[in-house]
Design a protein around this ligand. Structure first.
Ligand code: NCD
Length: 419
């Protein structure tokens, strides 16, 4: 048994806060996921390991319906009447533009009202209130807490707090993780997967970088083994692999698909390279993955840039550099981790280029010259965030079935009848 003197003393208030939930946080993912669900649906969206391929497909289907309904006034009216009795708290204590606004827009699509705390210096945390007291207070006034925090695992701990409140008969609300430290960003992974799913349908020229249909790509362009969907694809990640929470969350989702290969291109530096826990998770899931330090490194005998079915660029998260990093990072040639029109011209014609954004104009990992290339998906990807987040909220609040029923009667059956 550990005694007070042998136990590692938590240094910061953050560490002390999380210690309350330590034994639950340390469990394997498969033991945690049931606790984050209720009645067979996701209640707290905390990490991407909660999602399965059927769930991702179901959610993409709902997002597609919401997207189509939103094109008409009648459809918008239907959606806006689904959750007008629900209120969301957006508790974002780390900078955010897209995630914050797209969650807010997603709430508005479904008629929910929103409020926000973005600066903890304006909240009672400055008077010594713990984050857990703050969250519990939010749950008194709101029906869901969507939170972004620099503290890894805080959102997960808040989900356990809510479950404990629930068990003791107190008020408790769903927690949605909108980015937790360098750890996870599960809803970004949802929109990234949704964007890839749509790209690999090869159906809609708006979403698919190549306006050619799949057969044509196979026959005329020589992409023989190309298939619809995410299975059998080689997906590249470039940039800050170590600190990129979007990379971590998305890689775990891609690992769910058959015969997917992941290629991580980035500097071989302890801060920027893949962390050991992620390597272990990928090994655990039996995914084939490669770590390379240049797009020119070889995969199946050709430079990797020519072999990718999709490329996920990221920025170097220099705001998290510590003093030691600043010196050692200064010796790295980062130009290798920036796309150029020349590199893009060597990519497969159908290969989408994604980026969670913001891109760094000074670093230049994606220069604006590339924006008009049909493979540049990042603006569409950001808009997809609004649809998939609306679909997730519809799932959490159990109105997704109302959406599919309405879609079937008003859009599918009516359409057939009119034919
Ligand atoms: C990312 C994040 O916050 O992790 N941005 C986002 O949510 N779209 C990526 C980043 O900041 O580089």
């Amino acid at each position: 048994m550990s005694t007070a003197s042998t136990m590692k003393r938590p240094k910061t208030q953050d560490e002390r806060d999380l210690l309350l939930y330590d034994s639950r946080l340390q469990r394997p993912i498969r033991m945690k996921t049931p606790e984050l669900e209720r009645d067979g649906r996701i209640r707290h969206a905390i990490f991407s390991g909660q999602f399965t391929v059927p769930f991702l497909e179901e959610l993409a289907g709902i997002a597609d319906m919401i997207r189509l309904m939103s094109k008409s006034r009648a459809g918008q009216d239907f959606l806006i009447n689904l959750l007008p009795h629900k209120r969301a708290m957006l508790y974002f204590t780390q900078p955010s533009t897209r995630t914050f606004l797209s969650f807010m827009a997603a709430c508005q699509v479904l008629g929910m009202s929103c409020n926000e705390v973005r600066d903890p210096s304006t909240s009672s945390e400055t008077k010594g209130e713990t984050r857990f007291d703050s969250i519990r207070m939010f749950s008194s006034y709101f029906d869901v807490v969507i939170m972004r925090s620099p503290i890894a695992r805080l959102a997960e701990s808040c989900a356990y707090l809510m479950n404990d409140l629930d068990s003791s008969g107190s008020r408790s609300v769903p927690i949605v993780n909108a980015g937790s430290g360098a750890d996870e960003h599960p809803t970004q992974a949802l929109l990234d997967i949704y964007t890839l799913q749509r790209s690999f349908q090869f159906a809609n020229p708006k979403d698919s970088p190549s306006s050619n249909k799949l057969d044509e790509l196979r026959e005329r362009k020589g992409y023989d083994g190309l298939t619809k969907g995410l299975a059998h694809k080689t997906i590249g990640f470039c940039g800050d692999i170590g600190r990129g929470r979007t990379v971590r969350s998305l890689a775990m989702l891609l690992a769910l698909y058959e015969d997917v290969r992941l290629v991580f291109v980035g500097p071989d530096h302890p801060t920027l390279a893949m962390r050991e826990d992620m390597r272990e998770r990928l090994v655990d899931r039996n995914v084939r993955f490669y770590e390379m330090d240049s797009f020119e490194d070889s995969l199946d005998g050709r430079p990797v840039i020519e072999q990718l079915d999709a490329l996920y660029m990221t920025r170097i998260q220099k705001e998290h550099n510590n003093a030691a990093d600043t010196d050692s990072l200064a010796t790295i040639d980062f130009s290798k981790y920036c796309l150029t029109p020349e590199l893009v011209s060597r990519m497969k014609e159908y290969a989408p280029i994604l980026h969670p954004f913001p891109r760094d104009q000074h670093f230049g990992e994606i220069p604006p010259e590339i924006d008009n290339d049909p493979r540049a998906m990042y603006f569409r990807q950001a808009r997809n965030g609004m649809w998939i987040r609306a679909a997730l909220l519809a799932h959490v609040f159990d109105v997704d079935r109302l959406i599919s029923r309405h879609f079937l009667t008003e859009y599918v059956e009516r359409h057939h009848y009119n034919e």
